[in-house]
Design a protein around this ligand. Structure first.
Ligand SMILES: C[S@@+](CC[C@H](N)C(=O)[O-])C[C@H]1O[C@@H](n2cnc3c(N)ncnc32)[C@H](O)[C@@H]1O
Length: 575
């Protein structure tokens, strides 16, 4: 994601705690450990932008405020959509190098309309002076300062631009205050400062519009999934007649670590309960005539956290097949619920090597076979009974033997008891939440796979643990799981990080759609086993095709595969 080697990242991470300047000083802090440090993806994205700023110099000072300049192809398309006649007044709230204003004037001249009335705001005086010197904005129309606290702007037909994407809590105190106030002035609930400043920009921008006016803004893709923006979706639905977002599979800004979209909100004063999603591979694929039509999704589903923006990327036939399978399928959680496994607090200590077991005389009765890392499942068969035991958890049940008491003292001498997870439990060496799930699911993988835990192993938090909620057998879950419908639903529901690695979290795994047990045909489990052993998840998910084919035919199954492949293409293009 950052375009640096793992080693470079490690060096920065080691220096992060002490560094006062330079890249290491700006490193985000890890939020957890799981095979190493875990970082929030948004924080790594922010950090990536900072690295990009450092790498390129001349404009780097301005870029610290989130200043990535919009490519002219995007600005031209947005202008063409937003500017409707010679009398239109425009506002550009964060003008930067003036790309939108220039595009608007160029467009108006091309249409024979003369000069448009364009107002602009820019926080940075030098940038503002440069934008004004290009001549696209009359000096009397330029507002130098914070757009979010600017009251000196007229009503406009369109607000068009690319606001900064900087977390509110990272702004200086006055800017932070004006951002939170601007958000509160239109949104029903106060905004949390962990959210990004583009949201107050959108909410304030709409207050500057005349009835019938419109917004055309470049926003981060986060807008489609962050929880804090849900109230903005409701506000936009209540304020505009038509809403569209335009998504691009390839990055619009080739040189920054940020996926963006274009928001078009038309007809201020109207209302809608839908948002239209228009998608293209590249911005260059948008036809000259304009953005075109897309797939409408209900705002209500956006707000309830359903993955509708993913759904909208699917081909029409795939959406139809999904609809027709509604009655015979349901979210997994009615049959199986997923949780994370135990958190030991110190992997090495709680998973002692055979030598350590021997040295301290740890009894076999205190050791439980476990899936300690997801890697143990890579290339393994369907059942834990066929796997080699590569890890054991030390999990004493009753009183400690004298050898175990020595092991506890050894742990204390090495500070294991002071690790955060150990410190907060009593006694520190008893790991809670050690259970035997019936199903195990890989978390960090190209596509999640499930295994049958017939040997009753325990499992750590590197994988998801599935517990069956009904009287059915684990085999019956396996039969319903490995079908192309599940695969498509996995692509729809499970999120991924840059580079396309899927990260399954319990809520997402629970939401995966499974074909009902009553319509599931018996499958050849040895074929699933063979596919998993050869690490071929696609082959595993095709084993249950017959169940789906019986309901929607060969073409229907084909449409599901095509849908999954399309979502995979989008996932793998993600930065
Ligand atoms: C993402 S750039 C976009 C520039 C321009 N819209 C474009 O696309 O070419 C954001 C610009 O917003 C400016 N900016 C940041 N915070 C601002 C604020 N509170 N009010 C006005 N401008 C701001 C930055 O200085 C930067 O020039």
């Amino acid at each position: 994601m950052l375009g640096v080697s793992v080693n470079t990242f490690r060096v920065w991470a080691t220096r992060a705690r002490t560094a006062r300047t330079g890249i290491a000083a700006s490193m985000p802090s890890p939020v957890a450990t799981l095979h190493g440090q875990v970082y929030r993806s948004e924080e790594i994205e922010d950090f990536g932008r900072l690295i990009a700023l450092n790498a390129r110099s001349p404009r780097s000072a301005q870029r610290g405020l989130g200043a990535y300049y919009t490519p002219s192809i995007a600005a031209n398309l947005m202008v063409q959509w937003a500017v409707r006649d010679a009398t239109n007044t425009l506002i550009e709230p964060s003008v930067g190098d003036g790309e939108f204003a220039i595009a608007a004037q160029r467009y108006a001249h091309g249409m024979g309309w003369g000069t448009l009335d364009v107002y602009a705001c820019e926080l940075d005086p030098e940038t503002a002076a440069r934008a004004a010197s290009v001549g696209a904005i009359a000096p009397s129309r330029m507002r130098v300062g914070d757009f979010l606290s600017c009251h000196d702007l007229p009503s406009a037909d369109a607000v068009i631009g690319n606001p900064p994407f900087v977390r509110v809590r990272e702004l200086s105190a006055p800017l932070r205050r004006s951002a939170l106030d601007a958000a509160s002035s239109t949104l029903p609930r106060p905004m949390d400062a962990s959210g990004s400043v583009w949201m107050p920009f959108v909410s304030k921008s709409l207050t500057h519009l005349k009835p019938g006016g419109r917004l055309a803004l470049v926003l981060p893709l986060d807008f489609t999934y962050v929880k804090y923006a849900r109230q903005l979706w409701l506000l936009l639905g209540a304020e505009f007649k038509k809403l569209s977002i335009i998504r691009f599979r390839e990055r619009v800004f080739p040189d920054i670590m940020q996926n963006v979209l274009i928001l078009l909100a038309d007809g201020r004063g109207g209302s809608t309960d839908e948002v239209e999603v228009v998608s293209y591979d590249r911005i260059a694929d948008v036809p000259d005539a304009g953005f075109g039509a897309g797939v409408s999704v209900p705002i209500e589903q956006v707000v309830s956290g359903q993955k509708v923006f993913q759904y909208a990327l699917l081909p029409k036939e795939t959406r139809e097949v999904l609809q027709s399978l509604q009655a015979e399928s349901a979210p997994a959680k009615g049959r199986i619920k997923f949780n994370i496994g135990y958190v030991s607090g110190n992997k090495q200590f709680f998973h002692p090597s055979p030598d350590t077991v021997q040295k301290f005389g740890i009894p076999q009765s205190s050791l439980q076979p476990t899936i300690q890392t997801s890697r143990q499942l890579t290339g393994s068969g369907l059942r834990t009974s066929s796997m080699t035991r590569s890890a054991e958890l030390w999990s004493p049940i009753g009183e400690l033997t004298s050898g175990e008491a020595d092991y506890v003292s050894y742990g204390e001498a090495n500070g294991v008891d002071m690790a955060y997870k150990c410190r907060i439990r009593k006694p520190w060496y008893r790991v809670p939440g050690v259970r035997n799930p019936q199903i195990l699911m890989t978390t960090f993988s190209d596509r999640p796979r499930i295994h049958l835990n017939d040997a009753e192993w325990v499992a750590s938090n590197s994988i998801l643990c599935g517990y069956i909620q009904t009287r059915e057998s684990a085999e019956s879950i396996i039969e319903s799981w490995y079908t192309p419908l599940t695969l498509l639903s996995v692509e729809l529901n499970i999120h991924s990080l840059g580079g396309g690695v899927m990260i399954a979290v319990p809520g997402e795994a629970d939401a995966v759609q499974l074909i009902d047990a009553k319509v599931t045909r018996p499958v050849d489990q040895s074929a699933i086993d063979a596919a998993l052993r050869s690490n071929d998840a696609t082959a595993a998910y095709s084993v249950g095709s017959a169940s789906i084919e019986a309901l929607v035919g060969v073409d229907g199954v084909d449409a599901l595969w095509r849908g999954a492949a399309e979502l995979e293409r989008w996932r793998k293009a993600q930065v």
